[in-house]
Ligand binder design. Structure first.
Ligand SMILES: Cc1ncc(COP(=O)(O)O)c(C=O)c1O
Length: 435
């Protein structure tokens, strides 16, 4: 048996074939240069921004789209456009990037957190319903790692309790639920276009909706509360609109710019190619990893497509006889796989409500915002046991710099070779952890 790389053996993975993300080519460069040559760098009605909005709305199957300078901005705009106010509660997932919760806090609303389904890692509809109170106004399902949530169940809960549904689709561009794409599965949706995402442009975001009222409100919120200017950009006076828009309410400056929008348009044309490659790589990995005792690859229900923004593997606690806190063993396995050359990240170590922001009262100097609004929501540690369990016994294969979507299949075969090598030596690896 070949020695583990962590003990001086040869690595299973030849790192020189890994492709770094994002993949920027001649088309992106030309698109950015064309913007510079045009001299139009920004503007709500600037040509690249408007074209991106039209193209993405068509892609997602929604009526409206607004391009923003981040996914968090798009989420915040959706929360505000939904009419959610101080002290109102929004149920989101305990397993998400903290930005989902921050977008709720940014509007002085109160996030509450549902636990996950341990198979899909998405919020469990039954737990969502348990967490609804008379102050709940919205649900924010997060399509985590690129797999859509059980939207029929969540939309039915929303209808029963008269709630707005805001998809956090930051990780799930092009993923589908029952043949409909994310962005068209709730009342509003937010996508991130940051450089780590399947659809990257640097920093940026997109808000989609089929609801004209939400669209008009969100459009005003995006530009300092100024109502939407319907007059197309005048190429001779691109900075001097003659439209009759008004400052009609509170807003922020969440507009994106022409260069990121131009890059996002090129990447949108390549999105399906990368998503298809991600799914093929995931299928290849899964076919080999599921044959290894103790490894549980991710599952995608038959009524959905997964775009594998992240590919998360669990350790089978029963099969491996793991102790109640499996993290030291998980970390040993991760160290061995990394030494073989596999890109691995933990991507979060605890449920969002257990992060310091929700556990200390000092984050904002004058107390956390939710306490100012008479909220009696408390973020008790241990309240999301399925999320905690997942984050203790799992890890992500691939990193943000080297995710699955641009990789050649050979790299996946080598990753699987590394898993086989490490798991064949698992008893030895764990026995002699101190070596
Ligand atoms: C689930 C989730 N929600 C929200 C965001 C926020 O997006 P952004 O970084 O573009 O603000 C991200 C990514 O960063 C995310 O992964």
């Amino acid at each position: 048996m070949a020695d583990l790389a962590m003990r001086g053996g040869k690595t299973a993975v030849s790192r020189d074939i890994a492709v770094r993300w994002p993949v920027i080519g001649a088309q992106e460069r030309e698109a950015a240069l064309r913007v510079l040559d045009s001299g139009v760098l920004c503007g709500a009605n600037a040509p690249q921004i408007v074209a991106l909005e039209e193209e993405f709305a068509r892609f997602a199957g929604t009526r409206f789209c607004l391009a923003t300078n981040s996914g968090t901005a798009a989420l915040h705009m959706a929360v505000a456009a939904a009419g959610i106010g101080p002290g109102d509660e929004v149920v989101t997932s305990a397993f998400t990037y903290p930005a989902s919760a921050l977008a709720i806090l940014q509007h002085n609303a109160v996030p509450t957190f549902a636990d996950i389904d341990p198979v899909t890692f998405n919020m469990d509809p039954a737990d969502v319903e348990r967490r609804i109170t008379p102050r709940t106004r919205a649900i924010m399902p997060v399509h985590i790692h690129g797999l859509p949530c059980d939207m029929d169940a969540l939309n039915a809960i929303a209808r029963r309790h008269d709630l707005v549904v805001i998809e956090d689709a930051a990780q799930a561009h092009g993923a589908a639920y029952r043949s409909r794409r994310t962005g068209a599965l709730g009342d509003m949706a937010a996508f991130s276009l940051n450089a780590t995402k399947n659809l990257p442009c640097g920093e940026g975001g997109l808000l989609t909706t089929g609801n004209e009222r939400f669209f008009e409100r969100a459009a005003a919120l995006r530009v300092l509360g100024q109502s939407r200017d319907e007059v197309p950009l005048d190429p001779v006076h691109p900075l001097d609109s003659e439209g009759d828009s008004e400052f009609a309410g509170l807003g922020w400056m969440y507009l994106t710019q022409e260069i990121p929008a131009a890059i996002a348009r090129v990447q949108l044309r390549r999105l399906q190619e990368f998503n298809t490659n991600a799914a093929a790589n995931a299928a290849l990995l899964t076919a080999r990893l599921e044959a290894i005792p103790g490894v549980l690859p991710p599952r995608c229900p038959a009524d959905r497509t997964h775009v594998y923004h992240k590919y998360r593997v669990r350790l089978d606690r029963d099969r491996l006889g793991l102790p109640s806190d499996p993290r030291p063993i998980r970390d040993r396995v991760v160290a061995a796989l990394r030494a073989e050359g596999v890109e691995i990240r933990l991507w979060l170590d605890r449920p969002v409500p257990e992060m310091p922001l929700f556990q200390t009262r000092t984050g904002y100097g004058r107390g956390c915002p939710w306490t100012c609004h008479g909220s009696d929501v408390r973020y008790a540690p241990g309240d999301h046991p399925k999320t905690s369990a997942l984050l203790a016994d799992s890890f992500v294969v691939g990193s943000q710099s080297y995710p699955l979507f641009p990789q050649p299949p050979l790299l996946m075969q080598q990753y699987a070779d590394a898993f086989e090598k490490v798991f064949e030596r698992l008893p030895d690896l764990l026995d002699t952890g101190a070596r």
